[in-house]
Ligand binder design. Sequence first.
Ligand code: ATP
Ligand code: MG
Length: 265
Amino acid sequence: MPTPIDRNRQTTVADEAQRAVRARGLTRRFGTRAVLDGLDLDVAPGEFVALLGRSGSGKTTLLRALGRLDRISEGHLETPAAVATVFQEPRLLPWKRAWQNIALGLRAPDARRRALDALNEVGLAEHAQAWPATLSGGQAQRVSLARALVRDPKLLLLDEPFGALDALTRMSMHKLVQKLWRTHRPAVLLVTHDVDEAALLADRVLVLSQGRIEHEERIVLPAVRSVDQPEFRALRRRLLTSLGVEVADEAIAVAPARLAPGALR
Ligand SMILES: Nc1ncnc2c1ncn2[C@@H]1O[C@H](COP(=O)(O)OP(=O)(O)OP(=O)(O)O)[C@@H](O)[C@H]1O
Ligand SMILES: [Mg+2]
């Protein structure tokens, strides 16, 4: 029997062997407006799911509910006990060194060693003593990924974590996230505005609209994915159509890896 952990007793701890997320009829109202409106969602343990949706469609609201950073108005939600969230901005404490930001709140006696191991995993072993202000945007985001992973989450929530990074740094972050996911196997829910990013990384892509999951694509692509593959282009077209973006065939064939943010806003 799941254990109630929420004041309103609608959020419970999932049976982690069975599922990472189970949401039924999830509703979050602000005033009279239901931003999430009877949403159903299942995420399997270890599954990598990407979430697309127009600006204001409720993606962050959903992640905040899943991360128990916000309450829900109605419905039922099961998530694992260990959930970690990475936001678009790294949110590091400027007066703590890199490793201290990671160790913060860890109760384990070997917190420092674990923080250093996590920094090593994200390729920043040499920056353990660095102050956040001296890190590049990509490095700071690696620290925030390490801070999430050191908690050994069964569900990792990523809210546009690469949105502020340049194209090359994004590509290296994609590789890093894939490597970390393969090593640790948390279920991942990645919010992104980038259709290619979603299709390159995820097992399944969801589109949030009108407060619900309105479109779903299970990714069936060759093991090594590339934006040049015809299957990839067809998938990209379907996802863009479900987002209400009309793109001519020729434009899809030559589209850059990343859509201009304005395209989905
Ligand atoms: N605390 C709040 N109080 C009132 N309204 C809110 C609150 N949080 C979010 N909203 C509203 O809920 C809607 C969805 O917001 P949310 O941040 O979830 O969108 P989003 O899909 O993450 O958008 P973006 O892609 O721009 O990040 C917006 O209209 C927003 O104004
Ligand atoms: Mg958001």
